[in-house]
Design a protein around this ligand. Structure first.
Ligand code: IMP
Ligand code: MG
Length: 335
């Protein structure tokens, strides 16, 4: 598989955690680099256990995977240490010394600022930590004694792995519509979330990328404020089974039908080479637990084909249930 970037297409919560954990096990991913920050919760359901990861890379399920935190990340130290312990990955985590640190004051500011509250931020303090980083008064990982055992040159490790032909995943967060540059500004997060930004945060240049895998969900959800084209009432969302509660913050998610124009735009800005879609079973319950394309209902097949023709990019991985292996993988057929 070489080096793959995994990016979200919409407003986050597309199911990147599930896709990344599947790829980690299936493709025996040697190195996974987490980007972004603690505001993103990536859900992984493996061996009947549900993990909501804010810091540890979603590839942790494959026990040989090296788990790195890229220099672009803002690290929340207590959350990282807690997750390292819960997932028992102490011996294979690496943190770049240049990561910036989210401190208590950042979270306090995130929660108390009327402006940020108006945007419906997650309250973790990522925006204020980014402000401080840009002002060049931020604290870095190399100044934190608890992180000393984990410090490593992430850019060097990941580039060495790519050059040696190893399987590498770059794990993005949120989705394109929450990008500081390309999203629904000002109702966005505090960083670019496109594939290029994911590469930059990990320290990998564009010529080293083999695949850009864009992740869609079969319907769209959004937490926080800001526009959501085609938004359904809560009542309608409940009726369709699309009503969700956020894994990280416990907030109610707003929802809308799949948007083919936004998918096309996300394919363009991410230069996606292929796509994954999750929760097809929520949209078409007959598809639950399907593991081959042939098992899908006619309606579901038509939906996938419509996405492919609207975007020009094949949908090679399809999620049909919550667990890591509830998946249809037909990458070989398309490549
Ligand atoms: P912040 O990233 O906490 O500053 O929040 C800014 C906006 O991005 C808010 O609308 C959040 O709900 C949204 N957001 C941030 N992280 C995530 C995520 O991982 N999933 C979904 N929405 C997110
Ligand atoms: Mg999430």
């Amino acid at each position: 598989m070489g080096c793959t970037v995994v990016a979200g297409a919409f407003w986050g919560d597309e199911g990147k955690g599930k896709i990344i954990s599947y790829l980690a096990l299936k493709d025996k991913v040697d190195v996974c680099v987490r980007t972004g920050s603690v505001n993103a919760a990536h859900t992984v359901v493996y061996k009947n256990k549900k993990h909501a990861l804010h810091m540890v890379p979603s590839a942790f399920v494959y026990e040989k995977s090296r788990l790195l935190i890229g220099a672009g990340v803002n690290v929340h130290v207590p959350q990282l240490l807690k997750e390292i312990e819960e997932t028992d990955v102490e011996d294979r985590v690496g943190v770049d010394p240049q990561c910036s640190i989210i401190e208590e004051k950042h979270s306090t500011k995130d929660k108390s600022s009327a402006h940020l509250k108006g945007l419906g931020t997650t309250g973790w303090g990522v925006g204020p930590a980014q402000e401080e980083r840009v002002r060049r008064t931020g604290k870095t990982a190399k100044e934190v004694p608890e992180l000393a055992p984990y410090l490593t040159d992430v850019a060097l490790e990941v580039n060495t792995a790519i050059d040696a032909g190893k399987n590498v995943l770059l794990e993005g967060t949120q989705g394109l519509m929450l990008s500081l540059f390309f999203g629904t500004y000002p109702y966005v997060t505090s960083r670019d979330t496109s594939a290029s930004a994911i590469c930059a945060e990990a320290g990998v240049g564009p010529t080293k990328i083999d695949h850009v895998l864009l992740v869609y969900k079969s319907f769209i959800t959004r937490v926080g404020t800001g526009p959501l084209p085609g938004e359904l009432s809560k009542e309608e969302a409940v009726k369709r089974g699309w009503f969700e509660i956020a894994a990280g913050t416990g907030r109610e998610r707003r929802s809308a039908p799949f948007n083919f124009d936004l998918a096309k735009r996300a394919v363009m800005i991410n230069s996606a080479t292929e796509a994954a879609i999750t929760k097809l079973d929520i949209m078409f319950p007959k598809c639950r637990d399907a593991t081959s394309f042939e098992q899908l209902s006619g309606e579901a097949k038509e939906f996938i084909r419509k996405i492919e023709s609207a975007t020009g990019v094949p949908v090679t991985i399809i999620g049909t249930g919550p667990s890591v292996f509830d998946i249809i993988d037909h990458r070989e057929l398309d490549t």
